[in-house]
Design a protein around this ligand. Structure first.
Ligand code: G3I
Length: 356
């Protein structure tokens, strides 16, 4: 073995130092996972009345979506004017806190003011829809980065030949109601991410598989016509007693990727009305279900954001819509009714941090 010269030793040390610096500078590819922003819907009444609610939104959220204040019902008490008071308050709060904003929603068959339900002709519906979208998107241009342009357009239980939900928009404008909405939003804010938002994509049922296929078909048609659509919003109101269709959901993610469409989780919560009353039992089941759901999606690629439909069990739509037989309060969200973190929060925060 030949003796090492001083020159060799210096050259070796330099190479070792260079290699170490390069290794420290670059995250190991396998472990690096992009951080996924976490967020929550914000309900204006709780926001105004509960300081702990506001503090939790400020502490835990990278993204805020006004729960109801950008819906027609809140904005359009009468046909002639727009009431942006609630939306402005939540948008200002989010931006002051450096948070991103999602807009929910420009076209939905529900949460319509009475006057909107009286529309009778295609011409009137298209005029009102386009005027609404142009006014609302223009007002928040550059501040609301992502819009649920169309919410819940897919039939709840699709029948052959009828993929769309029966709404006033579908009745008066036909299947093109979706395209009209996306084109109007893109015309006003070409920089916004435009999303088709819907639910019931997660479970192993033929009806759910049909809904997934309809979502793919709608998106493919829009893409083929050059209509700007950037993402599918999956509401993810998960039923604690039902399994996740891991294979079907993963294939769905891959199919969306082939259409160059991202996914965002937009209304995540866990409906636990069929679970035993014990809180820890329910919290463990909910955290496990959310973990399985998110792992399946991330296996294809990371969602753009994970947004829960509220933060604390103190305020949730689920108690009213899915009341438990034992009348115990639902436990659907990352914080309990006293704003204490639950197991679900720890699951979500694993996705919020980029892997070390
Ligand atoms: O603000 C009025 C108040 O002035 C009035 O006194 C009160 C009683 O009539 O109603 C209040 O408005 C209610 C609003 O929530 C704010 O609390 C509406 O009636 C009520 O219909 C509305 O419910 C919301 C529902 O969407 C319909 O817009 C829920 O809070 C909200 O969680 C729910 O969210 C939906 C998503 O938008 C779409 N995906 C499903 C999800 C759950 O249903």
């Amino acid at each position: 073995m030949k003796p090492i010269t001083k020159r060799d030793a210096l050259a070796g040390a330099a190479a070792l130092a260079a290699g170490l610096a390069a290794a420290l500078a670059s995250k190991p590819a396998a472990a690096a996972r992009p951080a996924i922003p976490l967020g929550s819907a914000a309900e204006i009444g709780s926001y105004r009345s509960d300081p702990r609610y506001r503090a939790a939104l400020a502490q835990y959220c990278d993204v805020i979506v006004p729960m109801n204040d950008l819906k027609w019902e809140a904005l359009r008490h009468d046909r002639a004017r727009f009431d942006f008071s609630g939306a402005d308050e939540l948008v200002d709060f989010a931006l002051a806190g450096g948070k991103a904003l999602r807009g929910h929603t420009l076209l939905w068959g529900e949460a319509l003011p009475p006057w909107a339900k009286t529309m009778t002709t295609r011409r009137e519906a298209e005029r009102e829809l386009v005027r609404h979208i142009e006014t609302v998107v223009d007002r928040y241009k550059g501040r609301i980065a992502t819009w649920d342009v169309v919410n819940e357009a897919i039939a709840f239980d699709p029948k052959p030949g009828e993929p769309y939900r029966d709404t006033i928009w579908r009745r008066l404008l036909g299947p093109e109601h979706i395209e009209i909405a996306f084109r109007a939003a893109a015309r006003v804010d070409p920089g916004a991410r435009l999303v088709l938002n819907d639910f019931n994509f997660e479970e192993p049922h033929p009806g759910v598989a049909a809904r997934r296929q309809i979502a793919i078909d709608i998106i493919r048609k829009l893409k083929d016509k050059g209509v700007p659509i950037h993402g599918l919003g999956m509401q993810a109101h998960l039923y604690a007693e039902n399994p996740i269709d891991r294979h079907g959901l993963l294939q769905f993610m891959l199919d969306l990727g082939k259409l160059d469409v991202d996914v965002e989780i937009t209304e995540l919560d866990v409906i636990d009305w069929k679970l035993p009353a014990d809180a820890m039992t329910r919290d463990r089941a909910a955290a496990s279900l959310v973990s399985t759901y998110l792992q399946t999606i991330v296996e294809a690629r990371p969602p753009r954001a994970i947004v829960t439909w509220g933060l604390s069990d103190r305020y949730t739509w689920i108690n009213e819509t899915f009341p438990r037989k034992d009348a115990a309060a639902a436990r659907p969200l990352p914080l309990d009714a006293d704003y204490k973190p639950k197991l679900m929060l720890h699951v979500l925060q694993r996705y919020r941090r980029a892997a070390a």
